[in-house]
Write a protein that binds this ligand. Structure first.
Ligand SMILES: [Zn+2]
Length: 322
């Protein structure tokens, strides 16, 4: 056991003995059970629709506020911030399309073998993400990277699919390649995040899915229609990424029915209970070593940066249970 050892999504940093009054034991945290900054004020949502000919299912999302908070907590700017925001938006679209009631994770491993972007989307509309990168403000290219999507199936098993980011392609192409190759879903999809310095001006996207029982005829017509919206960024700016107006524009002149709309936001899932249970997976030897060191352990959540302090006496509690 040494400083900086990865522990799931948490990394352990040994800290000096804290001042007495800052030593608030984990168990007495008034926010226990809820994530720190659990959710943010958000005007984001996902809107679903179906074309009246029964050929297409459409999901349109606004993720401006979700991405703003995601980029803020991850200190991600520039192209790195944009790609992370696009991955998160894509994760939401794919979850909404494939399995809205289950969690979905999207991972992008870049060609440099060191950089990894993660988006983690939940059925309650909460999404978080992280970037492991030597410098999150550096220019970033996803070409040559691998996109992996892991989601829970209705059976409870995991579905895992990996595709390469197409040559010359961006995040939208990578996500479409995944849907076609790994899920056999013919789709048209575009995600984008428009930045002005560190401010997210607009973020969002759409996914138009050709339903499997329909022939491929309508696809060509839809593809022609959506040609103007392959890059959704200009429309996102124009419409403040509002899903209703975006949907009207995408399906202009085509009869469709609006279905449900649900809220989206940035949300971390870490809490003290999860921190303690991740520590309880350590071996008895490691735990004993930590207790004997007699210092507080500081754990920080890679997704939101929140710090948790665990005192030696709490570790003794874990040892007694093990
Ligand atoms: Zn967290």
């Amino acid at each position: 056991m040494h400083p900086g050892i990865p522990l799931g999504t948490l990394k352990v940093i040994m800290s000096s003995p804290p001042e007495v009054d800052s030593d608030r034991p984990v168990g007495t945290d008034p926010d226990e059970g809820s994530a720190p900054g659990a959710s943010i004020e958000s005007g984001d949502s996902a809107l679903r629709a179906m074309t009246n000919d029964g050929a297409f299912r459409v999901v349109v999302v606004r993720t401006t506020d979700t991405c703003q908070e995601l980029l803020r907590v991850q200190h991600a700017t520039g192209t790195t911030g944009q790609r992370l925001a696009e991955l998160a938006t894509g994760a939401i679209l794919v979850r909404e399309t494939m399995a809205p009631d289950y969690r979905l994770q999207a991972l992008l491993r870049l060609a440099d073998k060191r950089t990894r972007l993660v988006a983690d989307s939940y059925p309650d509309g909460g999404t978080r993400g992280l970037i492991s990168h030597p410098d999150p403000t550096r220019e970033l290219s996803i070409e040559g990277g691998l996109l992996e999507i892991v989601r829970t199936l209705y059976s409870g098993d995991l579905h895992r699919g990996v595709v390469s980011v197409p040559e010359g392609g961006g995040m939208s192409q990578a996500l479409m390649t995944y849907l076609q190759g790994s899920e056999q879903v013919a789709s048209m999809l575009s995600v984008a995040c428009v930045l002005e310095g560190e401010r997210v001006v607009a973020a969002g996207g759409y996914l138009v899915q050709l339903l499997p029982e329909v022939g491929r005829g309508p696809l060509a017509i839809m593809a022609e229609r959506l040609r103007d919206f392959e890059d959704i960024a200009p429309l996102l700016i124009q419409m403040n990424a509002a899903p209703g107006p975006l949907l009207d524009e995408l399906l202009y002149g085509m009869p469709f029915t609006r279905l449900t709309e649900s809220p989206l936001s940035w949300k971390c899932r870490c809490n003290t209970v999860r921190v303690m249970s991740s520590l309880s997976t350590l071996s008895k030897t490691d735990l004993t070593e930590l207790v004997e060191a007699g210092r507080n352990i500081e754990l920080s959540c890679d997704f939101c940066g929140h710090n948790y302090n665990v005192s030696p006496s709490q570790l003794v509690g874990l040892l007694e249970q093990s």
